[in-house]
Structures are given as C-alpha cells and as structure tokens.
Design a protein around this ligand. Sequence first.
Ligand code: FPP
Ligand code: MG
Length: 350
Amino acid sequence: MGAGRKYGAGSSVAPDFPTTRLLSQLALDDPEFETRIREALDRAEKWLQTSAHDALDPRVAALTGHLADAGGKRLRPLLVLLGAEFGDPWAHGVTQAAAIAELVHIASLYHDDVMDGATTRHGVPSVHARWGERAAVLGGDWLLARAAQLAAELGSAAVHLNAQAAGRLVAGQLRELTGPRPDEDPVTHYFHVAAGKTAALLAMSLGIGAVQAGASATAAAALTECGEQLGVAFQIADDLLDLRSPAELTGKERGKDLLAGVQSLPVLLARESGDPADAELRDLLAAGPVPAAAVPRALELFGHSSALTETEAVMHRRLDRARAALGGLPPLPARRALLALCDYVALRTS
Ligand code: FPP
Ligand code: MG
C-alpha cells in the first residue's frame, strides 16, 4: 500500500515518494544512473498527472486524477525506464510510455476496486466508494482511453503493445471471475490468471521502454520475458504476503484472501497436498471461504505446511527465469537494478 500522500497535477517525485524508497532498496550504487532514473521518473510523473487530470470539467478531473494523486510505487514506469536503458534512454516517447503503463495500471485499479468492493486504495477512499460504481467504471474507461491516446502519439508499436496489455489484463481478470473450466487444472488456471492480470503489464512496461528507446529486438524480447516471469513471481509474492505479513506492513488484513475464498497459489497447493500433515488445512480450505473464526488456525497451519514451501519454490523458479532472461543483455546498471528487483520481490514475502 502507498502512503496515501497527495500529489497534485504537475507535482514532481517527492523525496519520500514510495518509488524513491523502492529505488534506494535496489541498491543501484551508480549515482549517474540513479539521477537519470529519478529525473526521468519525475518527468513521467508530470505526464501522468497532466494526462490523468486534463478533463475539461474539474469534477471529472478530480475523479480521473484521484488514484494518480494517491501515490503508489510507480513500479511500471520504473520498468519502462529500465527497459529504455538498453537503447537510448533519452529517445522521444520514453517518458510518455512510462506514463502510459501507469495509466493502464490505474485504470485497472478503478475497475478492480469495483469488482472487489474495496473501499480503500493506496490509503485513500477508492473511487467507487467516493463517486459510486458507475462513475468509477467510466473513470477507468476514460484513463484507458487516455493511455490509448498517448500511445497513438507514439506510433503503431506503442499502440499495439498498449492494446495487447490492456486486452490481457481484462482477459486475466475475466478468467479469474469465471474460474477454471471443469476440465482445467486449477493450478494451470491460476498461472493463466496471474499472467494476464499481473505479468502482462510488467512485461509490456519493460518491452515498450526498450522499443521506444530503439533497443534491439533481441533485447526487447529478453526484457519482455523478464517482465513476464517477474510478474507471475510478483503475484505469488502477493499471495504469500496475505498469509504471512502483518497488516501494518501490507495495509491489508492478514488472511483477507482466505476469508474471501481467493484461490491463491498456496491455497490451491494446500488443497492438492498429499502430505498427511496438511489434512486439517485441506479440510479448512475445502469448503471455499474460510470462516473468520477459523482464519487464525488456517494461518497457523499454513506456517508449517508443505504448500507454503512449495509456493515459495515456485516463486523462486519464476524469479530464476526472470534473471535468466537477462543473461544475454549487456552488464548495464539497469540490468543490475532488474536483478535487484528480483531479489526485492523474493524479500517482500515476509
Ligand atoms: C489487482 O488484483 C488487479 C489487477 C492486477 C488487474 C485488474 C484488471 C481488471 C479489473 C481488468 C480491467 C483492466 C483495464 C485495463 C481497465 P487483486 O485484486 O488481486 O489485488 P489488490 O489486492 O491490489 O486489489
Ligand atoms: Mg483487488
């Protein structure tokens, strides 16, 4: 969760902005590179704020700018900028592409919070909690259209990448909504959902940065693959956080997914576990959502279940694949930062 700080139109990246903290955690240790990324993030933030707030009617602008104002890690813009380091990071359209990635992300959160009935996001009231569901859906649509408009200004490659990512996001979310087909393995279904709703946009972010910067097709493909694997790992790390991290750290109640009956990877693996020690946990999860009174026991059982160990192993394999995808890229600071980001994802699970 973000700090819920307000960033008005035209604001720049504040020193305590979550991205600044994320950047320092990546231990880049290269002042020139770090300054370049910070300044580019600042420019991307201005594009984002201007784009999200530029509706003619100030009431509409307040709604469409609400989550852009609320903050967030700006992970996707950061990925765009890191991807661009493998070409000319100063090339036309790189910072606009960073804004596009965040606009699509924010648009998806407008819709996601309606679907989940979430009343807060980034520490502020969700858009539908404040303006109602119909306005929130339209606000998300507006931001998506705004992203498409910016992409059109950059050319057909950006249009294609933007449309593909938005389509994959929606398809992933729809797949989650419909659940697995009767003949579909639930774990396979989980990976399809994670690839769509989470990995697609991380992959697109690294890819569009590389493309806009004129990086080679090989580099763009490698970066896209890294984003794809990192994205699935990111989703698994999120699943693990629900079981392990206190609310003060995540901004969400521990066990919230269990209560809501979310079929996360650890839940699916626990349900399939053949380990006799997991029998009680299997029973607790078999009936769907875990009743509130049983959540503490389920969390305790997860603590020493083989399902949790297996989930971690799956996440680490994805992170290994993300790192391996970078193997052929030049040893630039951006490559080091992406490797550090893989370590960061593994660390954020506890
Ligand atoms: C958060 O997941 C949601 C997403 C990562 C994507 C949601 C996608 C849509 C609603 C499809 C519409 C897309 C567009 C582009 C308009 P979560 O609910 O598991 O996590 P949370 O705890 O952060 O809400
Ligand atoms: Mg949600």
